[in-house]
Write a protein that binds this ligand. Structure first.
Ligand code: PLP
Length: 472
């Protein structure tokens, strides 16, 4: 990757691309260091000024200053799509964000004012690295409601569950170590492991989530090669991107396999509360194998993602070690954010709010499904998710046209609609004919129009195809 002063020359990341692991023979960091830059002015402006003042030659390419790990990192295609949501003309099914409408109904402003009036010192001050004690206790209660016997000492509060993914990757895996992920799997989890140069191995997901037999096969093959997987990372409830729900029987099977192979499991439950067909997801894996499951929870999808409050619930020695890594990362998560979450929980607001969210997202899910049936090409393959934010759609006919969903994305943007191409979710290089549609933040009345625009695009890209909507 070339990292130059001119942002227009940053190497474009093909939409959805997952960073390759950098080669170990990349150039080493030069011993010279860049001149120090006053922090009060922007880096770019300071660089310009210093060049003018000293007449020193400009540095055109900063790539050689980067660590080998940083040279291998790529910006997440999904984060890159963030800016699209600011363009009002584009109907964006790209970002898996909660809808801002959900924030308004929270009366969050009053909550914030109350916290700052009642506990200003606690909200503005640094806090303990592991998180404020009262919130850890409240989260332990929440875990018990989810069927997990938890003690506050087993809880580490993090800056969103994304930070937990980073801490886990750096704490449990050395560069080159095998880490098992779902195929397709959550890009943020994949990128966290890639950033620490793990060797990612994909385990297929079918309509019921991760396939236990396939996991077993991968583990046997690794062991035959004298290698040991450091952990398995999965999203069992309404996964991102596949939207699948792992049945209880598979949870038992996974736990048995993990015990047989002495494997740790990282269970990411960002969406478990958002179920739409009346039925709570089965027991967390953490309830079935507390000795080897690290559970990740988050307030982002059910409260306010901007507060950045998530948590780890795991075996105490591992949670302690993650806390040590967190000390180096950020000392502590935002005290302000934790206090606001605590106040919200104390007021008993979580249940009624989550019920509202279920109703709101269920309507969006239903509208998306109806529009897909009407406007997508007849051969499109997808399952209706029973919770979460995502439809994972595969268009096998695209293969015949030779165009991938990543290649069609610029055309989609020209048509005023965005999605995330499937290849970014697949560490085996697959997913070219798939896409992820997130219905969570598209206003209900725009869903049909957005899906229609996409359906038209895909139907045109596949000669000889038609969709029910266009056949009429
Ligand atoms: C499966 C999954 N895990 C973790 C995260 C990160 O969430 P946060 O860091 O806001 O808790 C996301 C966000 O989209 C997600 O989809």
């Amino acid at each position: 990757m070339r990292l130059t002063n001119d942002t227009s020359t940053l190497m474009p990341v093909p939409p959805g691309q997952v960073s390759p692991i950098p080669s170990s023979n990349s150039p080493s960091i030069p011993s010279s260091v860049a001149p120090s830059i006053p922090s009060s002015i922007s880096v770019a402006a300071a660089t310009e000024r210093e060049q003018m003042a000293s007449g020193a030659p400009a540095i055109d390419d900063y790539s050689s200053y980067l660590s080998a790990a940083a040279r291998g990192m790529r910006s997440s295609a999904i984060r890159d799509m963030f800016s699209l949501s600011e363009n009002a003309d584009v109907i964006s099914f790209a970002g898996g964000f909660p809808t801002p409408e959900a924030f308004l109904s929270l009366e969050a402003a009053q909550l914030v004012v109350d916290v700052l009036r009642q506990r200003p010192a606690a909200a503005y001050q640094y806090g303990p690295t592991e998180g404020i004690g009262e919130l850890r206790a409240a989260v332990a209660d929440l875990m018990r409601e989810r069927g997990v016997d938890a003690h506050p000492a087993q809880i580490l509060l993090t800056a969103g569950s994304q930070q937990a993914l980073d801490l886990i990757a750096r704490t449990l895996a050395d560069p080159g170590d095998p880490v098992l992920v779902e195929l397709p799997g959550y890009v943020g989890g994949i990128n966290a492991a890639v950033a620490h140069r793990a060797d990612l191995i994909g385990c297929p997901v079918d309509e019921n989530g991760l396939v236990p037999a396939a996991l077993d096969e991968k583990l046997v093959a690794l062991e035959a090669a004298g290698r040991k997987a450091r952990f398995l990372y999965l999203v069992p409830n309404f996964g991102n991107p596949a939207g699948t729900l792992l049945p209880l029987s598979r949870r038992y099977e996974l736990v048995q396999i993990a015990r047989r192979h002495d494997l740790l499991i990282v269970e990411d439950d960002a969406y478990g509360e958002l179920y739409y067909d009346g039925q709570r997801p089965p027991l967390p894996l953490r309830a079935l194998a507390p000795e080897r499951v690290i559970y990740l929870g988050s307030f982002s999808k059910i409260f306010l993602p901007g507060l950045r409050v998530g948590w780890v619930c795991g075996p105490q020695p591992l949670v302690h070690q993650l806390g040590v890594a967190k000390q180096a990362a950020d000392l502590c998560s935002s005290s302000f954010g934790q206090q606001v979450v605590l106040e919200w929980l104390r007021r008993g607001s979580i249940q009624p709010h989550v019920e509202q969210l279920r109703a709101l997202y269920r309507r969006r899910r239903d509208r998306t499904e109806a529009a897909l049936r009407r406007f997508f090409p007849a051969g499109a393959q997808y399952r209706v998710p029973t919770g979460g934010f995502f439809f994972w759609i595969t268009l096998p006919q695209l293969a015949r046209s030779g165009q991938t969903t990543a290649e069609l994305l610029p055309a989609a943007l020209r048509h005023g609609v965005a999605y995330v191409a499937g290849d970014g979710f697949c560490v085996d290089g697959g997913g070219q004919w798939s896409l992820r549609l997130s219905f969570s933040q598209v206003e209900e009345e725009r869903i049909e129009e957005g899906v229609q625009r996409l359906g038209r695009l895909f139907t045109q890209a596949m000669p000889g195809e038609s969709s029910p909507g266009y056949a009429q």
